[in-house]
Design a protein around this ligand. Structure first.
Ligand code: PLP
Length: 397
């Protein structure tokens, strides 16, 4: 730097001329924290601002976030992806862009994540542009699509918390016949189990907070889909905001590197835990798509990676209401009682208390979510240790 410059100027500009990438190619994607970009030629700045060539301002895109977006697109088998500050940010962006009106409403599966249910009601209920259908009722989907001519249909690949699995290829076929956009939340399955784009889904959404990040230390979301659709989402993001930051993008990207290894363990452990729970007299109901008695087991086996049914197990403690469930939760020593899923740690959530609290008890019961139902996100600890903890806590109810 010019030595005649003052210490004040030095403090602001020192070190800026050194380009670390000139010393070799880094093996992990660098965290590009810059918010704004400078160009020597003003035509290049204009191209970055108006033609999407190069970066200009972080709300319009930035290199570390782009790296994550490319990675998710590749894993989901889509042309592109847009990252968001949270899964809810991605869901909001997708619904806001889907052209939903009272004449062309959104048709959603009924058993969905509680906050998504609330979001849909907030965005569309007042204008009567929202309809629900039972997620696994194929004839009902077909009839509702034909009757309503929705602009979009929405479903979760593994529903929350009842772990129902919809007949995606058929729903996509009916939806596309009537020009409806198919938006799916693939958070629970991840592309390790299932790639909805291969069956024609248009927008694949993720809470990257869950299996993508995998360690309970980052909040993020992603929407993956065709190039044109994602371009529109990015354009919309310029005014909506809700962008993912570079540090978060880097953390999710690091999580993705071990996604298949973690998913393999989650799936194997979940099957062991579910099979054990099924043998316990204190457990009245075990819901896991990997169990042959799960109503959608055959469909899961057909759609998902062979032998993999996800890391979530839901179960009901016999004759239990909130007091018994609370005693059970407080007795756990290894399993963490926390409102998330998809982490390396085993996490237990009580839907009536957290994810589905906002629905109210009447709607919860209507959806089959009783006050004794718990959702276990099985981690990658040893299955024996997870089972031992469940066992000792059940004895202390
Ligand atoms: N979709 C599903 C299936 C979820 O479970 C969650 C959060 O639990 C979300 C979306 C929302 O994601 P986030 O918490 O990252 O906003």
């Amino acid at each position: 730097m010019d030595p005649s410059r003052t210490f004040f100027t030095q403090a602001v500009h020192a070190g800026m001329e050194d380009n670390p990438e000139a010393h070799g190619k880094p093996v992990s994607v660098p965290i590009h924290a810059a918010v704004t970009y400078t160009y020597e030629k003003m035509e290049d700045l204009s191209a970055a601002l108006h033609e999407n060539r190069g970066y200009c301002y972080a709300r319009y895109g930035s290199p570390t976030v782009s790296a994550l977006e490319r990675a998710v697109a590749e894993l989901e088998g889509t042309e592109d992806a847009a990252a968001y500050a949270s899964g809810m940010g991605a869901l909001h962006g997708a619904f806001a862009q889907a052209g939903i009106t009272p004449r062309r409403p959104v048709l959603s599966a009924r058993n969905i994540y509680g906050a998504t249910d609330v979001l849909l009601r907030r965005m569309f209920a007042a204008q009567e542009a929202l309809h629900f259908v039972e997620i696994t009722a194929e004839a009902a989907w077909k009839a509702a699509i034909e009757r309503l001519r929705p602009a979009a249909v929405f479903l979760e690949i593994i529903s929350n918390p009842l772990l129902k699995i919809p007949e995606v290829p058929e729903i996509v076929r009916w939806a596309h016949r009537h020009d409806a956009l198919v938006i799916v939340d693939n958070t629970f399955a991840t592309p390790f189990l299932y790639r909805p784009a291969a069956d024609g889904a248009d927008l694949i959404l993720h809470s990257a907070t869950k299996y993508f990040g995998g360690h309970g230390d980052v909040l993020g979301g992603v929407a993956a889909g065709g190039a044109e659709r994602v371009r529109e989402l990015r354009f919309q993001q310029r005014s909506f905001g809700a962008n993912l930051g570079p540090f978060e993008a880097w953390t999710v990207l690091r999580g993705l590197r071990t996604l298949p290894l973690r998913m393999r363990e989650h799936c194997a452990n979940a099957l062991q835990v579910a099979s054990w729970l099924q043998r316990q007299p204190m457990i009245s109901r075990v819901i896991y798509p990997g169990l042959p008695d799960h109503p959608d087991h055959g469909r899961a086996a057909r759609l998902f990676r062979p032998g993999c049914f996800g890391g979530i197990v839901s179960f009901e403690i016999r004759h239990a209401g909130q007091p018994e469930v609370f005693r059970f939760m407080e007795a756990l020593r290894l399993i963490l009682t926390a409102t998330s899923l998809g982490d390396v740690y085993t996490l237990l959530l009580y839907p009536a208390q957290s994810s589905h609290h906002a629905l109210g008890s009447e709607e919860r019961l209507r959806q089959g979510i009783s006050d004794g139902l718990l959702r276990l996100s099985v981690g990658i600890e040893s299955a024996e240790d997870i089972i031992a903890d469940l066992d000792q806590a059940l004895r202390r109810i």
